[in-house]
Design a protein around this ligand. Structure first.
Ligand code: HEC
Ligand code: HEC
Ligand code: HEC
Ligand code: HEC
Ligand code: HEC
Ligand code: HEC
Ligand code: HEC
Ligand code: HEC
Ligand code: HEC
Ligand code: HEC
Length: 348
């Protein structure tokens, strides 16, 4: 009995501190403070579990059972980190309120029910957390509680807060839908690439060009090259081994190492000569004729290019560039990405 009393006093003491904690939080920069508020440790007594929700929220509850989030419900999970309440907050007062109202109506006591609904203070207490009321940063902070590296591919969302998406107010729930995803896998609002095209019309136009990676055809995805959850590379590109841009994952044969490297492949990377999305030029080259691309770095006037200019040696004098025979450079320089046998890339 005494222990119980002491526990009660201690509990009240901590409850009394809540307003102070709240006030201290308000000293933080506004955005950070509101993010904190969204994920603040909740009063565990407000959490009652997800069983009762299905009585009134039939659709959400039925769908929820089929999503990966059902896995949050297990013995040993903290009360505020499982089921519906992990996202919507403690539901005790909410359920009390609406169950009472429902029972009053069932019993024909409509006036009492009306009075209950009219009680603004109770109504406010009974309000669940709705994502409609959260800022992008707040809702993202909520999801990141569980998804910032704790499980699975751990670095996948490590950098979300610094991603272009987060910095431009794109939240997890802009791409994912907990209750009505179009694609069940990964709870996506829209499949790729359509979901991305909604906001990235320029890229849609690039992929519509005649020479493109097969993204529109479903042969690959934007997320094969980009990490939509943020990365440590520019343009949210996925980096593989040693931070090398991802092209190499699928085109290892182009990256070498070769005995004779073609310098720009190693220095500027694939994009010195190719556009990554799509192009009107064959092989997705940056120029419509191979020749014009080469001549940007290999002038046909003699002279030694400056060190560090990125330019290569001029074409030898026997290259008569007005003769058709010499115009198609890669007919002779076939191993244009690098060679193991020939310094001028005559053979692989
Ligand atoms: C007895 C019926 C009942 C039960 C049980 C119930 N709710 Fe509700 N809930 C409602 C009603 C009615 C509303 C609509 C309130 C409104 O529109 O203002 C609602 C609204 C909500 C909202 C939206 C809040 C908003 O501001 O838009 C969420 C989220 C929610 N409930 C979650 C839950 C969860 C989670 C549970 C189970 C722990 C639960 N509810 C159990 C009746 C119920
Ligand atoms: C992973 C987080 C998450 C979980 C878990 C979750 N919800 Fe939601 N809920 C959301 C989001 C986000 C929305 C906003 C609509 C959307 O994006 O689909 C939402 C919307 C709702 C709404 C509609 C009112 C509104 O605010 O738009 C209700 C009602 C609701 N949820 C009830 C539930 C119930 C009941 C459960 C458990 C069976 C549950 N939710 C589990 C995230 C969650
Ligand atoms: C309480 C912890 C928790 C919270 C909060 C949470 N999730 Fe999850 N989420 C999980 C767990 C656990 C899984 C299942 C992981 C697995 O299958 O290995 C999961 C799975 C997912 C998946 C993958 C679904 C699939 O089909 O593989 C997506 C997408 C996702 N969550 C998005 C979100 C979003 C968006 C939010 C915020 C609205 C959110 N989660 C909030 C714990 C959480
Ligand atoms: C710009 C759109 C977009 C945003 C924003 C976004 N996601 Fe995703 N997410 C996706 C796509 C697309 C996939 C599926 C990727 C695939 O097919 O491999 C995915 C996959 C996932 C998965 C399952 C696979 C995995 O990586 O473990 C989880 C979990 C997930 N997202 C959680 C989140 C969370 C949490 C946030 C916010 C911090 C978030 N996502 C923000 C588009 C997005
Ligand atoms: C084959 C790999 C690859 C695929 C697939 C891909 N991207 Fe990219 N994306 C890149 C590279 C590389 C860059 C960097 C271009 C640069 O620095 O000039 C980039 C740049 C971007 C940019 C920055 C602006 C720009 O165009 O330079 C956006 C936005 C973008 N991609 C979105 C998308 C979307 C949306 C999809 C799917 C519809 C997609 N990407 C598919 C490789 C890819
Ligand atoms: C809700 C709108 C929205 C959706 C959906 C969306 N994006 Fe974005 N994305 C943006 C905004 C806003 C930016 C930052 C401004 C910009 O670069 O256009 C951005 C930036 C990017 C960048 C970085 C560009 C840079 O210059 O660094 C890439 C890459 C990207 N998005 C890829 C994707 C992919 C892949 C998807 C689909 C899985 C996607 N986005 C879905 C809004 C969106
Ligand atoms: C996920 C695998 C994958 C990644 C990553 C990838 N590619 Fe590709 N790429 C392909 C496939 C598959 C093809 C074959 C043509 C097709 O079906 O789209 C291709 C074709 C090409 C072509 C030839 C197109 C033609 O018209 O013959 C070029 C050039 C190219 N890729 C450059 C790049 C560059 C540059 C990058 C990095 C920005 C890159 N690829 C990243 C899979 C990939
Ligand atoms: C110095 C310019 C240059 C650079 C840098 C470059 N390429 Fe190429 N690439 C070309 C040219 C030119 C062609 C067309 C060859 C032809 O006409 O036969 C080509 C063709 C291709 C092709 C399609 C033809 C084939 O052989 O399969 C792929 C795929 C490709 N490149 C990928 C890459 C990747 C990946 C990188 C980066 C590791 C890269 N390229 C860097 C100039 C370049
Ligand atoms: C972005 C600039 C750039 C482009 C574009 C480019 N190159 Fe190069 N190339 C270089 C540089 C730099 C070197 C190395 C010079 C050195 O090692 O001293 C080089 C080396 C070479 C060599 C070997 C020279 C030697 O050392 O014997 C040949 C042959 C060559 N390039 C042909 C081409 C052809 C053909 C094209 C067009 C398909 C092309 N290059 C496009 C920059 C470029
Ligand atoms: C008919 C075959 C042929 C064509 C077409 C051709 N070349 Fe060459 N190129 C050669 C030969 C042969 C060499 C000398 C190789 C050697 O030194 O062993 C060479 C050497 C080079 C070198 C190296 C110069 C040096 O100082 O090491 C460059 C750069 C070069 N070519 C660029 C080009 C460019 C750019 C084009 C297209 C405008 C082109 N070539 C078209 C046959 C050709």
């Amino acid at each position: 009995m005494r222990i119980f009393k002491i526990a009660t006093i201690v509990a009240f003491f901590f409850l009394a501190l809540v307003p102070f904690a709240a006030r201290r939080a308000s000293v933080l920069p506004a955005a950070q403070a509101s993010e904190k508020a969204a994920v603040a440790t909740a009063n565990l007594e407000d959490f009652i579990g997800s069983d009762s929700c299905s009585e009134c929220h039939t659709n959400q509850a039925a769908h929820y059972k089929m999503t990966a989030h059902r896995k949050t419900i297990h013995a040993g999970a903290a009360a505020d980190k499982q089921g519906c309440e992990a996202c919507h907050g403690g539901a005790k007062k909410h359920v009390d309120f609406y169950l009472t109202a429902k029972n009053l109506i069932k019993a024909g006591q409509d006036a009492e029910a009306q009075a209950l609904y009219a009680d603004e203070a109770k109504g406010k207490e009974a309000k669940m957390r709705s994502f409609k009321d959260l800022s992008p940063a707040q809702s993202t902070a909520l999801c990141l509680q569980c998804h910032e590296g704790a499980q699975g591919k751990s670095e996948e969302r490590f950098n979300y807060r610094r991603s272009e998406h987060a910095r431009h107010g794109v939240a997890c729930v802009d791409c994912h839908s907990s209750h009505s995803p179009k694609q069940a896998e990964f709870l996506l609002r829209e499949n790729e690439p359509e979901g991305c095209y909604k906001c990235h019309a320029d890229q849609k136009a690039s992929f519509a060009k005649p020479f493109h990676h097969k993204v529109p055809e479903g042969g690959m995805k934007c997320s094969d090259c980009h990490n939509q959850h943020g990365s440590f590379q520019q343009k949210q590109l996925r980096g593989w081994v040693g931070g090398e841009v991802g092209c190499v994952k699928c085109h290892a044969d182009k990256a070498g190492p070769f005995v004779y490297e073609h310098a720009p492949v190693k220095v500027e990377g694939c994009q010195a000569c190719h556009t990554p999305h799509g192009s009107t030029n064959p092989r997705m080259l940056k120029r419509n004729e191979v020749r014009l691309l080469c001549l940007e770095c290999h002038s046909n006037t003699p002279g030694i290019p400056e060190e560090g200019s990125g330019l290569g040696p001029p074409t030898p004098s026997f290259h008569n560039l007005s003769a058709a025979r010499f115009q198609n450079c890669t007919v002779c320089h076939v191993a244009i990405h690098g060679s193991n046998t020939h310094p001028a890339f005559y053979k692989p």
